[in-house]
Design a protein around this ligand. Sequence first.
Ligand SMILES: *Cc1c(COP(=O)(O)O)cnc(C)c1O
Length: 430
Amino acid sequence: MKNAKIETKCVQGGYRPKNGEPREVPIYQSTTFKYDTSEDMGKLFDLEASGYFYTRLQNPTNDLVAAKICELEGGTAAMLTSSGQAASFFAVFNICSCGDHVVSSSSIYGGTYNLFAVTMKRMGIDFTFVAPDCTEEELAAAFRPNTKAVFGETIANPALTVLDIEKFARAAHAHGVPLIVDNTFATPVNCRPFEWGADIVTHSTTKYMDGHGAAVGGCIVDSGRFDWMAHAEKFPGLCTPDESYHGIVYAERFGKEGAFITKATAQLMRDFGSIQAPQNAFILNLGLESLHVRMRRHCENALAVASYLQREDRVSWVTYPSLPGDRYYETAQKYLPGGSCGVVSFGIKGGRKAAENFMKHLKIASIATHVADARTCCLHPASATHRQMNDAELAAAGVSPDLIRFSCGLENSEDLIADIKQALDAAFAE
Ligand SMILES: *Cc1c(COP(=O)(O)O)cnc(C)c1O
């Protein structure tokens, strides 16, 4: 499957049934796994053998689906988490602890911003936020001796800035730390950050991967390329003995390819228990089977809607990375030549008030705190997901007070455009 095209991996990656086995990924709906001897189980506890003993740490259904996402991203190891938030937290906390520091793009998902700037800060981890368009010098200036990672989003939700992955990877590697990229909006169908130098990829699988608004979930994938041992003094958690596992050294025992995910599973999943339900992993896999087909349609619809909005007089601005003339068009053409995502951002004349007014007249698009599923939905972040931010923080996150996030589903694009048009008519007639 390694050399297969992305479409084939979406359908058949991860799980390859043997003779007489179920064609579809089985749901291992079991908290526990049975062993003949205590010795057999002891080997699992000591990480000397691989296998399952308790679903709080690992479950076969989850691992089969994680293996598919691993193949899609071109990584060496992956794990599912209960949510995208858990994936972002684990990815960073796996290599950072109290007293450490992370450089992050300021243009990230509101929930991630809150996790970093408020909750993880309370745990003693400091973040410096840099504009995604900062110069190499500005980026370099954000690093400190205790910096352990760099973080960014391929396509930021909801600002729709496109990360210059190579620039961020260069800076991270020059300082001996990995680049973590949240690839939720692009999905591996449209961009594979490892091909541009990223080391770890995270996903909210709640979005396009599931694609039907059915199951919350997350995923972490390791490229297997970051050499932890070459920077051992920075990453004691991976490069010195773990007393809770009889002194094993993850980077020695599991190498570059497996250390990161093994540690995140053995320590963080054990202690925080943010496991994805096997039932949800099964639903996620159904979504993955059509991801390549759906992404194409999401992107076609979004381009049609963005092109219409660009011509519409009552719209003051529109942002869509694949729209010619967009601020990120060139960057998107480089990193996302086959399409970006289904989400378009725009503002209508009259600002914040007009935005709320317009949205209530939409009939096909519904107001939902969600993006990236089969049904078109929209949101006004300044009064919802980003409401805890002040105007300066909103501006840094690339979210203006009038921004409407419009997530194009899989409907007919002419119907979507007609819906927007009639809502504008109704709002402006009031
Ligand atoms: C939704 C989202 C998250 C958080 O994911 P949940 O599954 O809602 O926890 C993280 N990053 C991005 C880019 C998102 O869109």
